[in-house]
Write a protein that binds this ligand. Structure first.
Ligand SMILES: [Zn+2]
Length: 378
């Protein structure tokens, strides 16, 4: 089991992952789910790990425990809906042996995408799982990990065990100087009896992907931009190794579109939550161009946004006003989205390239027959 099973690990990293992530279509990153006639895609966006590292740091610094609780809730909801989107098996719904086999593959998948290596111990009778991770995303850098360490694990395990009272606690962390990160997930009564302080979130969204999800997010030929993530990898701007996308030494993390909308909706639970997210995205994009002078052009900004999955993009400037049209922007069924993360990124990029502070405050949404379009104005 775990790190001692190099064959399975090799199979997932080298065979399964490259096939299931579709990265050769401009404007779209897709993960394949299902088989045969049921085969379909989930829409994803590649987001720098640094954004989540800073979001956790800043929210906790400003709001303390009430802020970290919101982050944990977001993580648990993302983990839970991800289980449902990826059609994870649920305990009791398949036989025990099959469940454990699936679990092993899922853990390795998470290991490949999120971590250097990962090991686990499971006790299904007590609905308990323990993960030991090395070089795991986000918490390795900030010692926090509410989103994808404790929260994300809780959501995934609650989904797989069909028990919303399952929570998770991080008991050691490389971000604090420990040798490895460790997360324990089990029903909250058990966590209590083990004297582990947990956060809780039992209000988990029931996901029902509507027909529109597939229509709006289906691959369409792009009009404006022709660069895919694969193209940027081929031209050595990004690298892709063992399920992990890197820009220079910075990790990028694939998040399903629904999760981004969900995150922004839940951040409304803290007064400045989305302003913090906007600011972090702005600073990240600005620094990326500052540190890499060769990228200082609107063409690069355009290619970067298209290749990381944000859709088909056209940046124009008229009488001092920048206008960005995005066709086939990632869609999920949320009311009144405000695109803080995306607008922050674009504002940071365009500000640094143009040498003036450009904030994309205004936006319009338009729907055509099968495309969700967003226009930003500075
Ligand atoms: Zn950690």
């Amino acid at each position: 089991m775990g790190i001692t099973d190099p064959i399975t690990s090799w199979y997932i990293k080298n065979i399964l992952l490259p096939k299931s992530e579709k990265i050769d279509v401009p404007g779209f990153i897709l993960t394949e789910i299902g088989e045969g006639a049921n085969k379909t895609y989930l829409r994803e966006i590649a987001i720098p790990e640094e954004i989540f590292v800073n979001l956790e740091k800043q929210v906790e610094k400003k709001y303390g425990l009430s802020g970290s609780k919101v982050l944990y809730s977001i993580g648990k909801k993302i983990g839970y809906t991800n289980g449902s989107l990826m059609e994870y098996p649920v305990y009791g719904g398949v036989n025990n042996e099959e469940f454990l086999k699936f679990l092993k593959y899922i853990v390795y998948y998470i290991g490949a995408v999120c971590s250097g290596s990962i090991d686990y111990k499971v006790d299904v009778n007590n609905k308990r799982i323990e993960f030991t991770m090395e070089d795991y995303i986000v918490c390795r850098k900030n010692g926090l990990g509410y989103l994808f360490s404790s929260g994300g694990v809780a959501g995934m395990w609650a989904y797989m065990m069909g028990d919303n009272s399952i929570e998770a606690v991080k008991t050691s962390c490389q971000g604090h100087g420990d040798k490895l990160c460790k997360v324990i997930s089990e029903p909250k009564n058990a966590l209590k009896s083990h004297n582990l302080a947990y956060m809780d979130e039992e209000n988990l969204p029931k996901l029902d992907l509507k027909k529109e999800y597939w229509e709006f997010n289906a691959i369409k030929a792009t009009t404006y931009s022709k660069k895919s993530l694969r193209d940027l990898i081929n031209s050595n701007i990004f690298s892709y190794s063992k399920g992990c996308i890197l820009y220079k030494r910075e990790r990028y993390f694939l998040l399903e579109a629904y999760a981004i909308y969900l995150m922004e909706k839940e951040l409304e639970g803290i007064e400045d939550g989305n302003q913090i997210l906007f600011g972090i995205a702005f600073d990240y994009a600005q620094k990326l161009i500052k540190d890499n002078k060769e990228l200082r052009s609107l063409n690069f900004v355009n290619d970067f946004l298209v290749a990381t999955g944000w859709g088909d993009l056209l940046i124009t400037k008229k009488e001092g006003v920048f206008n960005i049209l995005i066709k086939s922007f990632p869609w999920a069924d949320f009311k009144d989205p405000r695109f803080f993360l995306f607008r922050g990124l674009v504002s940071g990029f365009v500000s640094e390239v143009s040498g003036n502070k450009v904030i994309f405050e205004r936006f319009d949404i338009s729907l055509t027959k099968d495309s969700f379009n967003v226009t930003l104005k500075s």
